[in-house]
Design a protein around this ligand. Structure first.
Ligand SMILES: C[S@@+](CC[C@H](N)C(=O)[O-])C[C@H]1O[C@@H](n2cnc3c(N)ncnc32)[C@H](O)[C@@H]1O
Length: 428
């Protein structure tokens, strides 16, 4: 199967059907045998997502009229072709001939001439890509730029630049298996360069690695988890024998970390998405951990829980994921401006309901991988205003003691963008 044809199909799924790249890409990768080809397919798809507006603009300049209807797949193929010419070291003759061959494989024989013509035209000039608007300069949708400018008047350009970087790979040492120092030594023995992150189990790899090459990974010695996400379990700080709810648990990274920190807890891990919940079980199995998994709605705990209130609740809320664009650049094109208010409404419903299920004296940690105040600081300030028995616990990590919660921006200490607010419930 032609790799460019597979890339066009994956991009088509994302841009025309709204499927996330983390689903669309593996669907196409399975048609390739070699790891090298799979990596090239990923590089083309991720690269296109990072640079889309400029590439689309360049293509539109070369086409007499836009490709519509069934021909949209050829539009995606041209995107792949153009990306190769501008952003990869693939020799241009190979990029063009492979892309034309993909056009044949996609059964658009009649369009091969157009594909060849457009790509040759682009290759002859390779004129600088347009920067005539903010969207083109920053390869980011206008609505998101506007929101970032408002929230980070000094820092928005740096945030966008960081969101285009290739993210580092982080590991979470499994402290039940060995100490972090021991795992770092095991990595060093294999010449895998790594360093300690700021939270207690975090390890930052100097270069991403296939997990199969990491010491005893499949036996559960470590997990892949960004440094920012590893703060969740640390900040919730589970204590022996407590009853803990992970209200939005899938795929289970934070659930597993909670159990590694305090194996005596009774952990109830809930998610709305049954398919994603299966991944929580797989992660628990690899690490030989146990939790009660429930397919349910965190905004309607009464419908699936007959037990008592929880000592601690982790609410890793559904969010815009604007803090993790460097890992999932398709988010820029899948999310829409109006999603932010809708998500904020959903987060409000979930936090209010979870609060009722927290014991007096209990702790709720609210977390998102968003960098937008509507989902973070503003959400928590409104919650505190309407909730008499809630108090914000200042975190030592906060940028300033006056801040409402801890906002991590993308790239800060090499971490993803994330937000944490720790809330304490008054005792009766
Ligand atoms: C940010 S992800 C959670 C990541 C997870 N905590 C981890 O560390 O692996 C948010 C999750 O919330 C789930 N979700 C969305 N709405 C929900 C609801 N009303 N009740 C429970 N889970 C929900 C989504 O299916 C998604 O898996």
């Amino acid at each position: 199967m032609n790799l460019r044809a597979l890339a066009a199909k994956a991009i088509f799924e994302v841009l025309e059907k709204g499927v996330s790249l983390s689903v669309a890409l593996p669907d196409q990768q399975k048609h390739l045998a070699s790891g090298k080809d799979k990596a090239l397919l990923a590089e083309l798809c991720y690269g296109v997502m990072r640079t889309l507006p400029q590439i689309e603009k360049r293509i539109s300049e070369c086409l007499e009229k836009p490709l519509k209807g069934k021909q949209r797949i050829i539009h995606q193929l041209l995107i792949i072709g153009c990306y190769q010419l501008y952003f990869t070291r693939i020799p241009s003759h190979a990029a063009i001939s492979e892309t034309a061959e993909a056009c044949r494989q996609l059964k658009f024989e009649g369009m091969v001439k157009v594909v060849n013509g457009v790509l040759r035209n682009i290759q002859r000039q390779l004129s600088p890509l347009s920067t005539e608007s903010d969207t083109l300069s920053y390869n980011t949708p206008a609505w998101l730029i506007k929101r970032l400018k408002e929230a980070y008047p000094e820092q928005w350009q740096e945030i966008i630049q960081q969101s285009h970087e290739r993210p580092p790979m982080w590991l979470r040492n499994n402290r039940l298996s060995q100490s972090r120092t021991e795992y770092l030594a095991a990595l060093a023995e294999l010449d895998i360069e790594a360093s300690e992150g700021t939270s207690a189990d975090a390890i930052l790899l100097a270069h991403p690695k296939d997990v199969a090459t990491l010491p005893r990974f499949h036996d559960g010695a470590a997990s892949v988890q960004d440094g920012a996400a590893q703060w969740a379990a640390m900040l919730l700080a589970p204590q022996a024998n407590e009853l803990i709810l992970d209200a939005c648990a899938a795929p289970g990274g934070k659930s597993c970390h909670l159990l590694e920190l305090e194996p005596s807890i009774k952990l109830v891990a809930v998610d709305f998405d049954a398919k994603r919940l299966e991944r929580v079980q797989q992660n628990l199995d690899r690490l030989s951990l146990k939790a009660e998994l429930i397919h349910g709605d965190a905004a309607n705990i009464d419908s699936w829980w007959q037990g008592g209130q929880f000592d601690r609740i982790l609410l890793d809320a559904p969010c815009s994921a604007t803090g993790v664009i460097r890992r999932h650049p398709d988010i820029k094109w899948l999310r829409k401006n109006h999603d932010i208010e809708e998500l904020a409404g959903l987060q409000q419903q979930i936090i209010d309901h979870c609060w009722k299920w927290l014991k007096p004296g209990g702790t709720l940690l609210y977390a998102t991988c968003s960098i937008l105040p509507q989902e973070n600081r503003d959400q928590i300030s409104a919650f505190l205003e309407r909730t008499a028995d809630a108090k914000l616990d200042t975190l030592p990590q906060q940028n300033s003691p006056q801040d409402i919660g801890w906002q991590i921006t993308p790239g800060q200490d090499n971490m993803d963008g994330f937000y944490y607010a720790r809330l304490l419930k008054a005792t009766d």
